[in-house]
Structure formats: C-alpha cells, structure tokens
Design a protein. Structure first.
Lengths: 290, 274
C-alpha cells in the first residue's frame, strides 16, 4: 500500500464569507502499480486532491501517508516526495520556460540535485519515452504544437523518474488526435514502466478503456472507488452528477431498450463489438426483431 | 500564500456600503484621507477611528479579512516609523552615536503610522466593497469634466479596469505556475538571494509569456466586438444616485465638518502634544 488518504478535508478561504469545502472527509488508499482514473465534474475537488498527494497543499484536516509516512510532518522531505510523486498539472505547457526543449526537461532532475550528466541522461530518456522526435530537442518549446508541448511537459516530470505519475486532465484542450497521442502515451508508460498512474479527467470515455479502478468525486465527497464495470453500472447516479457513462455503454443500453438481448456492463469498444457479434450470430433472434 | 494580498480585492457580500454608488465611495475615501492629514490631535484620530469602525461594521466585511491586507504593508509602515523616530529634530531623549530619538520624533512617528494604517484600511474598505468595474465606472464619471482639457478619460478608465481585472487572474496564474514548478522540484523559499533570483526565472518567464498572450487575446476579442473608444458609447448600467447615496453624502459631510472643528480648530491639547 503506497498512498493513503485518511479522512482528508480541504477548505478554501477559511474564515471568509465564501469558504468552500473542496474536499470533505475523503478516505482512500492507492496501491502500487495501479492505474487509477479520477473523475468528477468541474469543482468536484479533483485538482485539490492531486495537489494534496505531493504536498503542494496541506489538508485542513486528516493525514496523507506515502509509504507509511505522514507527508505533512515537519521533518518529511517534501522536495524528495515531489520527485517520487510526479504531478503534471492541467495545461502543463504553460510551465515551459527554458530556451530549448531539452534544457526544460532537465529542470526537474537538476532540482533534485543530480549533476548535469545524469540530468541530461534522464531528460533524453524521458523525451524518448514520450515519443517526441529528436529534431525538436534543441528547438524552443514555444515553437511546438499544443500536443508536442504537452508531451515535453510530461517528459519534464517523467525525467524525475517518479514512482507515481499524476496527470491532471492531460487531454484538456487538445484535438482528437492530440488526445489519442497523450492517452496512448499514458497507457504505454503504464505497460513499460509499471508505475502507479492517476489520470484525472471529466470524460468517462478517456478513463474507461485503460484504468484498473475509478474514483468518482462529487462536490468534494468520495462517491465511488471501484473497478470501472461496477462504477459504470450506476449510470443514473453518475448522470445526476453531470458525468454520465462511456458512450459505448450508452449504446448498449439503448440496444437493450430496443429489444436486443445485449449485456450493458460494457465499457470498451472492443467488448461492445464482441457482444454485438455474439447476438448477431444468433440469427433466429435477428429475424424475430426485423 | 500569494492570495493573502487583499489590497485591491473585492469581498463579495451584500451590504448598504456595497450597494452605494461608486462615486460616493470614491469621494468619501478621498475626503477621509484628506481629513486624516488635516486633523492633528488625538480627538480627531479617535473620531476617524469610530467613523471607520462604523463603516466597516456596516460593510459586513470581517475585520480579520481586512487586516490580512495590512501584513503586506507592514514593512513600509516599519520603515516610515523608524525614519520618523530617528530623523526628526527636536528635544533629544536618547542619543546613541549618530542616532538620537526625540520627543517630537516619537509623536510624529506614531501620528504617521496611525495615518498610514487608517489610510490603507480606509481605501481597502472602498476596494473591498466595490467591484473593479464599478470603481472605474465611478472614476470615469467623476473625471468626465477633464475631457474639456483633452484628457482621454474613457481610455484611462478602460486601461484601469483592464489592469484591475488582470490582477486576480495574474495572481492565480502565478500561484499555478509556482506550484507546477514546485512539482518539478523547484524551490522558491530557501537558498541565498542569487539562487532565489535564478529560480524566479522559472516563474516569471512563463508568467510574462502568458500575460502577453492574454493581452493579445483580449485585444483581439475587443476588436472583434468593434471596440473603438468611448465616443458615443452607452452603459448597460448607468450610474444614477439613489436615496441612500444622498444620505451617505450627508454622513460624509457631517464627518468632515465635525473632524475639522474638533480635530483642528478646537485646540483640545492632550498633555503629550503640548
């Protein structure tokens, strides 16, 4: 068990007229090597939660444990923690600042105290992992496209070789192609490195296909924390939170309603194909419908 | 950390003060400051304190919230205080090398500190109870007569409202970039000055780039809506005085008169001042 949130509450603007509880008594644990999807509507507390994980925010109440240690303890080395728990913010391309892509990716490892050579080695490795072509390495990060910038920013965090990678809405504002590139990169990282990944999103479709478990937050409260099949079986509740279920699940539901005997606990396109093929093979039934 | 700066921020709630016409609040703040520098005895400052406390009470802005903004000017206050104490000539009370503290110095230092604190609290009452847009609307209207002297009143007001509008945005952006760089192990809080200045580059460069980007976007959006200055432009919510505004003017005038009479003309000299 690598990461535990124990009765976490986080309040913004304490003592003001507009004090808001961004997180309200959230408890959960995330095991090593898992791929977790964190979903919730805007303002549900997703971004607050991820900033608590690496000690950027301190909970108003409750404790965050990483590998059994309280990360908000006075003596805890939070700088080292940020190297272990890599957080890629929303629109991470805004944090790029160096003159070249390569230098920018070196920023993280250098902050961890590595010498030039090691930092460069890690930067090269990280950039390779994100699949950015070599020709861009010595260009200004500002000359790249949106999707490329984002990959550079992700590389900037990967270069610290974190054990846990947290991505806050990594696909926000990207076109479908950029979105696929980033999601493929994430699942590739997962396959090749086996690191724990926490993917924050408000799109169920982004999450459904890849993750082991889904965390659903609504108005600061933890609603579900389970495998996708179970979470998506609560379609109505999810819809009332403005979330909904993956599109394929909706299609299967519509088919069932129209009289086709399909299963509805389906969350990926592949599964849906198999299921539709299965009932299509049942010729007598198809005749009956038409 | 960075959001603790309350100067120039709006505190959202509903109170009589919040609903007042911005022109009233600007005038009241202006006269409050002028009076602060006219009165020169303890009674005058006490009246100012009571007046200010009353307004804060009515405004429903928590006093604690207002004091948060004072933290950021504490250094300025301290410098003024120290300079006044040491550099005012007069009856020497204490001397140590080139430094000497005088009675007049102490009195002046306290006086200036009180004035400064009142001045800042007084003006933050205005900004805390008036939205930036409202404030610039008020200024624009108040300075309208300057148009006769070819002062581009509307343009200045527009620039001000844009500048004010960008303060919270840039603060938020700073906070965000700071956190993003801290997530990459950046350290803005320790190390010597040179080290910190270097690490600030990682914050300032992205901040400037995004500020320019935003300015560009805004200019484009204004162009797209055919903005071409104040000529012939009407307001969605024109400023019109209501009953409460006249009452507020009356209260303000009363305060000015009382303060000047008691704080200046009547010589109520306390032993410390004589």
């Amino acid at each position: 068990m690598s990461m535990i949130l124990d009765h976490i509450t986080y309040e913004y603007g304490t003592g003001e007229a507009l004090a808001v509880k961004a997180l309200d008594d959230v408890s959960l644990s995330i095991e090593d090597g898992q791929f977790i999807g964190l979903v919730g509507h805007t303002g549900s507390g997703k971004s607050t939660l991820v900033q608590l994980l690496n000690g950027l925010l301190k909970p108003s109440a409750g404790t965050v444990f990483y590998n059994g240690k309280d990360i908000n303890d006075h003596e805890y080395d939070r700088k080292a923690l940020r190297g272990r728990v890599g957080l890629v913010f929303q629109y991470p391309e805004h944090q790029l600042f160096e003159t070249t892509v390569f230098k920018d990716v070196c920023f993280g490892p250098k902050n961890l105290g590595l010498d030039q050579k090691d930092a460069e080695l890690r930067a090269y490795e990280a950039l390779k992992m994100t699949g950015l072509e070599d020709e861009y390495f010595y260009q200004s990060p500002f000359d790249l496209s949106g999707g490329q910038k984002r990959r550079v920013a992700i590389a900037g965090v990967l270069a610290m070789r974190p054990d846990v990678l947290v991505l806050d809405e990594p696909t926000a504002g990207l076109d479908p192609r950029g979105r696929d590139e980033i999601l493929n990169l994430v699942s590739k990282l997962r396959r090749e490195t086996g690191m724990t990944i926490i993917l924050v999103s408000h799109s169920m479709d982004d999450v459904a296909e890849y993750v082991d478990k889904v965390i659903v937050l609504n108005k600061g409260k933890l609603i579900y924390y389970d495998i996708p099949e179970v979470v998506f079986s609560h379609a109505e509740e999810l819809e009332s939170m403005g979330l909904g279920v993956p599109q394929v699940t909706n299609i299967m539901k519509a088919m069932q309603k129209a009289g086709y005997p399909v299963r509805t606990n389906i969350i990926t396109i592949e599964e849906a194909c198999t299921e539709i093929m299965r009932i299509a093979g049942n010729k007598s039934h198809a005749d009956h419908i038409s | 950390m960075i959001r603790d700066i309350t100067l120039g921020q709006y505190y959202q709630t509903d109170s009589v003060i919040h609903r007042l016409d911005p022109r009233v609040k600007i005038a009241a703040t202006f006269w409050f400051i002028v009076v602060l520098f006219i009165v020169n005895n303890v009674a005058g400052y006490l009246i100012a304190a009571v007046y200010l406390a009353g307004i804060i009470k009515i405004s429903k802005v928590p006093f604690r919230f207002m004091m948060k903004g004072m933290k950021s000017i504490f250094v300025l206050l301290l410098i003024t205080f120290v300079f006044n104490i040491f550099l005012t000539p007069g009856k020497v009370l204490l001397a140590w090398g080139v430094f000497h503290i005088t009675m007049e110095g102490i009195i002046l230092a306290i006086k200036m500190a009180v004035r400064l604190v009142f001045l800042i609290i007084g003006s933050s009452v205005m900004t805390l109870t008036t939205t930036p847009n409202n404030l610039t609307d008020g200024l624009e209207k108040l300075f309208q007569p300057l148009k006769l002297f070819r002062v581009p009143v509307h343009e200045v007001a527009m620039m001000m409202s844009i500048a004010l509008r960008f303060i919270p945005i840039l603060l938020e952006e700073t906070d965000k970039i700071m956190k993003a760089q801290m997530a990459r192990g950046a350290d803005f809080e320790s190390g010597n000055i040179i080290k910190r200045a270097v690490s600030l580059g990682a914050l300032l460069e992205p901040l400037f780039i995004s500020a320019f980007q935003r300015a560009n976007d805004l200019a484009m959006a204004m162009e797209a809506r055919c903005y071409r200055g104040g000529e012939g432009r009407t307001k969605m919510k024109p400023l019109i005085y209501k009953k409460a505004d006249y009452k507020a003017y009356a209260v303000m005038t009363g305060y000015i008169l009382i303060s000047i009479v008691i704080g200046r003309i009547l010589k109520i000299n306390l032993p410390i001042g004589s």
